[in-house]
Design a protein around this ligand. Structure first.
Ligand SMILES: [Zn+2]
Length: 335
């Protein structure tokens, strides 16, 4: 149970919650998940955030305070091992007895297969037996797997083949539909541990889902003027957003787990920027801007910054919506 009794009691008093009881200690992986859980716990308590703002979740070293938050947790919400493989071990060793929800496994979650290769649209489809890529459940896609440059650079620049990862891209919080599905799953999990507050959790989740309907309209309005333009993203993290809002990227400089791109991959992207009418190349606050500069060399395309985690945003219940809103704004400005 929470050790932060004093500040939480004060918060509860300020909110006029008189019948406040204890509530579970909750830990979350990344700021967008922390935001969704904060929204569901609004008026009741505050979850802990494990991956500090500004850090990339793909590689991370737990600080002592973050390890303590895991150790203390009654409930843990995280995307799952494909995003934060290091956290699987930490949960196992530190959080024995906690209720652990991997949001990727929640019923109703849209899961998209990893994309392979730097360029995303279908190229000459030569049906070269794609071994390990879970093709059976998405035959209708054209994610350019045929391009997957395994042979060109099998130097582990797309880590997920070699490791015990699942087949799915873990950046699933960038689908607003997933956020909405997870609100209910979060409310259900919190309620099972803390039934006294169940009605508050579900009321908060329902209110947030309504806010998401408004947000969807707002984002579609922001993006409407730039639909159909071509852009390149920094790491392959955005396919959930692209799908949700019908704004496909032309390619990604770096692979989905954000390891450094191979020279071959950079060359693919440079060629794409020149050949296609790529209007915009987007960097990210967490990664080395020199790589973007190399890709842009000699190009007229504009640059912008996408932040899939909300590193510069205030954490809390508003962050999730602001991450998606800011992605749309950055794309509209750059395109
Ligand atoms: Zn990522």
């Amino acid at each position: 149970m929470s050790r932060n009794l004093l500040p939480i009691t004060l918060t509860a008093t300020l909110l006029g919650t008189t019948a406040w009881a204890d509530f579970p200690s909750v830990a979350t992986d990344i700021a967008p998940v922390h935001s969704l859980v904060s929204r569901v716990m609004q008026g009741i308590g505050t979850p802990e955030l494990i991956v500090a703002a500004g850090a990339t979740p793909h590689e991370y070293s737990l600080r002592p305070s973050e390890a303590a938050a895991l150790q203390d947790a009654d409930i843990i919400f995280w995307i799952g091992p494909d995003l934060t493989p290091w956290m699987a071990d930490a949960i196992q060793t530190l959080a024995e007895g906690a209720e652990v929800t991997s949001l990727m496994t929640v019923d109703g979650t849209t899961k998209l297969p990893f994309r392979e290769g730097a360029l995303f649209e279908a190229h000459d489809h030569d049906a070269d037996d794609d071994d390990e890529h879970a093709h059976d459940d998405h035959d209708d896609d054209d994610h350019g797997h045929d391009e997957h440059a395994h042979e060109k650079h099998d130097d582990d620049d797309h880590g997920h083949d070699e490791h015990a990862h699942g087949a799915y891209d873990p950046h699933s919080w960038l689908s607003l539909d997933n956020g909405a599905v997870w609100l209910n799953a979060i409310a259900a999990q919190l309620s099972s541990v803390d039934p006294d507050n169940a009605s508050a959790y579900f009321t908060n989740a329902a209110a947030a889902r309504e806010e998401f309907d408004t947000l969807r309209t707002e984002i579609n309005d922001i993006l409407a003027p730039v639909r159909g333009r071509n852009f390149i993203v920094f790491h392959d993290a955005y396919q959930y957003f692209e799908m949700s809002f019908n704004l496909p990227a032309s390619g990604a400089i770096s692979v989905s787990d954000a390891t450094d791109p191979s020279p071959a991959r950079i060359a693919d992207i440079q060629a794409r920027v020149k050949d296609q009418d790529v209007t915009c190349v987007l960097s990210e606050p967490q990664f080395d801007p020199k790589i973007v500069a190399a890709v842009m060399d000699g190009s007229e395309a504009r640059t912008g910054v996408l932040d899939p985690l909300g590193s510069d945003l205030e954490t809390g219940s508003e962050l999730y919506g602001n991450v998606l809103r800011n992605l749309a704004g950055a794309l509209a400005d750059c395109l």
